[in-house]
Design a protein around this ligand. Structure first.
Ligand code: SF4
Length: 399
């Protein structure tokens, strides 16, 4: 049996080798049955435009087929709620990708799904498509949390769905949310233990945050509920980390934990700065030097594509943008920020700037340098957003 450290290194090496030429395709499915109170993603609860949307995204896939030369290694159905698609619609979109892009032999194909859509029959039929990874939006196994968040499913459905799904799909991830006012530390531990008992090998877990224009924000502003307790969220983050690491999960990105062999290939490609194309309203794309994003409005998205035009805007990324992004993403992962890459991609002045700015965080033991990489320590992980924005302030020095 290899030690945990050796396993980590092995997995890092395999991931880096594997993705050296990869591209990912993201398909945004902009429909949900109901609005969760905290969510600021782009979606509509009006499903009547679903058919027109399928035609529009099909056209977008065809119109953009020459944007990447690399082979596609991952396809990701995100949203919104992709499990609202019928199996025929899913198969049609996958076959459109295959007909217009070069796809490797065994791509990772993920579908985000909500428990209330995943009947046994649906899971069995999904397994007959090319989908080979399910990302199930559980969030909690307790009804009081699910009701607080206005989720469409209940705790019994969450457990039933996973019990069926693990017997059919090997590669399953679930989402769990902590920091919810209704969630005690005791129930948070239970949530994690239930996931482990059900045989889950990958968990994405996020602190509840107050996004603008959400019901949660309104509830707090009108004093219907108290502001969120950051101290409790930090405690729950460390509870999660401790329990999962004891159970051989690798904390490979700030919000992602997986057993060896179960890292998300699609998301890892984002975090290692690889190219990806996003399709559907609000989807973003990154081609190494440019970022583009589609209009976040279903009706406009559909209308523009009927004229054979692309519903997107593009920005050329400056060296500062790319530098900041490299720091922001790198510090969120176990791969950290490679100092030699910073020097080769951005020059010695930016490397010196980074090291100078990082020193106070190294002194505070929130960052450390290990094998020529700048990485977040355990203490720094929960504070990473503040630390990275401090490292961004590059305008005050002449570069
Ligand atoms: S199901 Fe997902 S995308 Fe839809 S409202 Fe809830 S959190 Fe947002």
């Amino acid at each position: 049996m290899k030690s945990g450290l050796k396993n980590n290194k092995l997995e890092v090496f395999i991931v880096q080798k594997r993705i050296s030429k990869m591209s990912g395709i993201y398909l945004h499915i902009p429909f949900c049955k109901q609005a969760c109170s905290y969510c600021d993603f782009h979606f509509s609860t009006l499903l009547k435009k679903k058919e027109e949307f399928i035609n529009a995204i099909t056209k977008e896939l065809i119109l953009r087929k020459r944007e990447i030369n690399e082979q596609v290694e991952t396809i990701y159905f995100g949203g919104g709620t992709p499990s609202l698609l019928t199996n025929e619609e899913i198969k049609h979109l996958i076959s459109t990708v295959y007909s217009n892009y070069s796809v490797i032999t065994n791509p990772e194909i993920t579908l985000e799904a909500n428990p209330d859509d995943l009947t046994k029959e649906k899971i069995v039929t999904l397994a007959k498509t090319k989908i080979n990874r399910l990302s199930i939006g559980i969030q909690s196994f307790f009804n009081e949390d699910l009701q607080f968040m206005k989720r469409a499913h209940n705790a019994a459905e969450a457990i039933k769905t996973i019990t069926i799904a693990v017997g059919i799909f090997d590669n399953i991830t679930i989402d769990l949310i902590y920091g919810t006012p209704t969630l005690s530390n005791k129930n948070w531990k239970k949530n994690i233990e239930i996931a482990l008992d059900l045989g889950i090998n990958h968990i994405s877990s996020y602190a509840l945050t107050v996004e603008s224009k959400t019901l949660l924000e309104q509830q707090i502003n009108s004093n219907k509920i108290k502001p969120l307790n950051e101290k409790k969220a930090a405690e729950q983050f460390y509870i999660l980390k401790e329990i999962l690491e004891k159970n051989k999960f690798i904390h490979y990105e700030i919000s992602n934990f997986a057993k060896e062999g179960y890292f998300s290939k699609h998301n890892t490609s984002y975090w290692l700065g690889k190219k990806y194309l996003g399709f559907g309203p609000s989807a973003h794309s990154f081609t190494g030097k440019q970022r583009s994003w589609n209009v976040a409005n279903n009706a406009k998205y559909i209308k523009i594509l009927t004229t054979n035009k692309l519903p997107s805007q593009t920005e050329n990324l400056s060296q500062n943008n790319l530098f900041n992004e490299t720091i922001m993403i790198g510090l969120r992962t176990i791969w950290g920020v490679s100092l030699s890459k910073i020097e080769s991609n951005f020059g010695k002045n930016r490397l010196d700037f980074l090291l100078k700015k990082a020193q106070k965080h190294i002194d505070n033991k929130t960052l450390k340098i290990s094998t020529n990489k700048l990485v977040a320590t355990k203490k720094g992980k929960f504070l990473i957003d503040g630390i990275t924005s401090d490292l961004f302030k590059v305008d005050e020095v002449k570069l």
